[in-house]
Design a binder for this molecule. Structure first.
Ligand SMILES: C[S@@+](CC[C@H](N)C(=O)[O-])C[C@H]1O[C@@H](n2cnc3c(N)ncnc32)[C@H](O)[C@@H]1O
Length: 331
């Protein structure tokens, strides 16, 4: 990875420059905080991911990284989901998770293109792009193919990043992966031309800080492109646990009802409505365009079919109950 991208790194606590230590760790010039390298990835995380402690995550990530030396990406995904993942209990769940991960490789490029088309924008040619909440890195190749000169992926999950590292190695892509919190990014202000963040806003622990940081690291006129599942969708069930109208409930009731329905805890997720999304984004960005996803002509559920049939009568009103919103926010 070339020096121009590494030069963008800053201490996420105090914004100061970083000095390399003999062991490869980076040290804040101002506060002396040390940011280690784990599994070949700089670790700038200020807090733990919601699903496990940082120690447990690091341990697992190192095991995946070790396994990555003796297998290809497809075998690694299979090995992770069947042998290492904490929820690898029954074959049916394991196979479902493997299928989901494999489908991401197909889906991620198409989704970026769809979102660009919906927002009416392009990846800035020769610009530096940030994939914020990059997960296992499936969109990064497409960001480069769409014209970005450099791409940087940030995620709070070291496990996802180690899988992303393998994918990038296998596809021969040169991109920087960083473990970090979207609410406190380890980059200088005005670093990026484009920030892409699909399916992330509902997972971060502090949505205003996430938007504030995306705004801070963008250059003037830079674009933040994200999508947000709608809290009040009548077109599809809650996308993570599959319960219809779950998020229509007052927020304190969502977790207990989810548990009562046998779907486990509802943590690390906070869907927002269209007015909430508008307020959050307009608070920070100069130009904001929000589009709701087109009604699906092939919808099979009754609400989906009704939504499609009635959409021409009131496009604006239906934006409030669509399943997804795509946001273009310009600094
Ligand atoms: C549903 S996944 C989406 C991943 C990827 N953007 C995609 O579209 O495939 C949400 C991602 O956000 C990451 N994430 C959640 N909270 C985060 C935070 N506070 N900072 C950085 N990443 C976070 C998760 O680890 C996860 O990889």
């Amino acid at each position: 990875m070339t020096a121009d991208v590494l030069a963008l790194l800053r201490c996420p606590r105090d914004g100061s420059r970083l000095q390399p230590r003999a062991d490869g760790a980076l040290v804040s010039e101002c506060s002396g905080h040390v940011y280690p390298v784990i599994a070949g990835i700089y670790d700038f995380r200020l807090f733990d991911p919601p699903y496990m402690t940082r120690e447990a995550e690091n341990h697992l990530a190192l095991a995946i990284d070790e396994a990555a030396k003796r297998m290809d990406h497809t075998a690694l995904v299979r090995h992770f989901e069947s042998e290492l993942a904490p929820d690898a209990h029954d074959n049916q769940t394991i196979e479902k998770h493997i299928r989901h991960r494999m489908a991401l490789r197909e889906r991620a490029p198409r989704r970026l293109l769809d979102m660009l088309a919906m927002a009416g924008c392009a990846v800035p040619r020769d610009g530096i792009a940030l994939d914020l909440g990059c997960g296992s890195g499936e969109a990064m190749a497409t960001l480069l193919a769409q014209g970005a000169r450099r791409v940087v992926g940030v995620d709070i999950s070291l496990i996802e990043l180690v899988l992303a590292k393998k994918l990038l190695q296998e596809t021969g892509l040169d991109a920087l992966l960083i473990a970090g919190c979207a609410e406190a990014l380890p980059f200088a202000a005005d670093s990026f031309d484009f920030v892409y963040s699909p399916d992330v806003i509902e997972h971060v622990s502090n949505q205003p800080d996430y938007l504030g940081e995306a705004h801070r690291v963008l250059r003037d006129q830079g674009v933040f492109l994200l999508n947000s599942p709608n809290r009040y969708s009548v077109v599809c069930p809650e996308p993570h646990v599959g319960i219809w109208f779950l998020t229509f409930l007052p927020r304190p009731l969502i977790d207990p009802v989810c548990r009562l329905a046998g779907k486990g805890r509802y943590v690390g997720k906070r869907l927002v409505s269209l007015p909430e999304l508008r307020a959050l984004v307009r608070d920070r960005f100069r130009e904001v365009r929000i589009r709701s996803r087109e009604a699906n002509p092939q919808a099979t559920s009754l609400p989906g079919r009704l939504f499609y049939a009635m959409r021409p009568y009131s496009e604006q009103a239906f934006a409030y109950i669509a399943d997804q919103h795509v946001v273009l926010a310009r600094k």
